[in-house]
Design a protein around this ligand. Structure first.
Ligand SMILES: [Zn+2]
Length: 367
């Protein structure tokens, strides 16, 4: 579109305060200030309603303030655009999303609006979410929260692997299930719950026990990425899912609990190191950690038995934010090639391990 035909409109998320000789726009954590000794900036702001084109705004302003040039108006509008304060009112969602989607995901769309400039279409971000197919392994504590979040965001298609039955001890954190469901198949319960919550989400269940990378690859042949939140069999599952993500060439987002901490990381095949690259780097550079890991593998094949819901909520919120950054292209991935941990006592998050691609990796090398 011709730049002059854009109809700039102040975004709703930003409060604007008109003060003497200046205008303040409330950003997120900062105020943007425009000096306005003549009232011309105020005049322009009042025209940012989405009703007028940049051409019309420029003409009106120059007519009113003879000392103002076309370039002055353009500079102001460009600055407002670079601060992400305005959007183009010409962009409508009706040819991108259905009426139902526009209403159901209205708050998502407003959120995306706060990040976009005049050229981007906030509705297309929601469309992208609706067109996404996710493969998730595990519908336990983390999986419960994540599939709910995926359905709330409006992910179009969820493919889930889960073989387990609901146990009473699961109910301190597995919020997808009810007390009366103890003993029933988690996968079927999850499918029903997600359908009730968001009937437009397609939910495919694979009720099977994973015993190899191929098991995962067979279920997830058309997914856009994999979420791994199953930890049994411990240590093997991450390797199988990793191999599968590399084979399918799709990202993998992983989260889990470890006693007083929760952790997450992201693998982008052939860009970041994979799980095997990471394991190799520990083997070569950190003998103590390697021995600790081997001892854990010997002692604790069935996994930990500590799990507390605040840490589950916290880490699933973090990994869902990472996933949304990935799908939307807003911001950059924080956990790619980084293991990030949240500590229960302080709720501080920090990168506790970083690894790189190993070109000779047995799983992802040679590409
Ligand atoms: Zn690798």
């Amino acid at each position: 579109m011709n730049y002059k035909e854009i109809k700039p409109k102040l975004k709703k998320a930003y409060p604007v305060v008109y003060d003497k000789n200046r205008i303040l726009v409330g950003g997120f954590g900062k105020n943007i200030e425009y000096a306005d000794p003549t009232g011309s900036v105020y005049f322009v702001f009042k025209l940012l309603t989405g009703k007028y084109t940049i051409k019309q705004i420029t003409r009106k302003t120059i007519n009113q303030y003879s000392q103002y040039t076309e370039k002055d108006v353009f500079d102001l509008i460009n600055d407002l655009n670079s601060e992400r304060i305005i959007e183009d009112a010409n962009i409508s969602g009706t040819n991108v999303l259905s009426k139902y989607e526009l209403e159901r995901y209205h708050r998502n769309i407003n959120f995306f609006s706060s990040f976009i400039d005049l050229k981007k279409n906030k509705y297309r971000i929601q469309r992208k979410i609706s067109d996404t197919t996710v493969g998730i392994i595990g519908l336990g504590g983390l999986g419960s929260h994540i599939v709910y979040d995926l359905a709330a965001l409006g992910i179009g298609h969820i493919k889930a692997i889960e073989f387990d039955k609901l146990d009473l001890t699961n109910l301190n954190r597995q919020i997808l299930y009810n007390y009366e469901d103890v003993g029933k198949s988690k996968g079927h319960l999850a499918k029903k719950r997600i359908h009730d919550f968001n009937p437009k989400v397609k939910f495919d269940l694979f009720e099977k026990k994973v015993t190899s990378a191929k098991d995962i690859t067979d279920c997830f042949n058309d997914v856009d990425f994999i979420i791994l939140v199953a930890d049994r069999p411990k240590y093997y599952m991450a390797h199988w899912a990793n191999e599968s993500a590399v084979t399918l060439n799709v990202p993998m987002f992983v989260a889990g609990l470890e006693a007083q901490r929760a952790m997450y990381y992201t693998i982008i095949p052939h860009k970041t190191g994979c799980v095997e690259c990471w394991r190799q780097s520990v083997r070569e550079n950190d003998h103590i950690s390697d021995e600790v890991l081997q001892e854990k593998e010997r002692m604790n094949l069935l996994g930990d038995n500590t799990a507390i819901v605040p840490l589950v909520s916290a880490v699933t919120g973090l990994i869902m934010s990472e996933i949304l950054r990935y799908i939307s292209g807003i911001g950059s991935l924080q956990a790619a090639g980084n293991l990030i941990a949240i500590d229960f006592l302080t709720m501080n998050t920090k990168i506790i391990e970083t690894w790189k691609r190993n070109p000779n990796c047995a799983v992802c090398g040679g590409h």
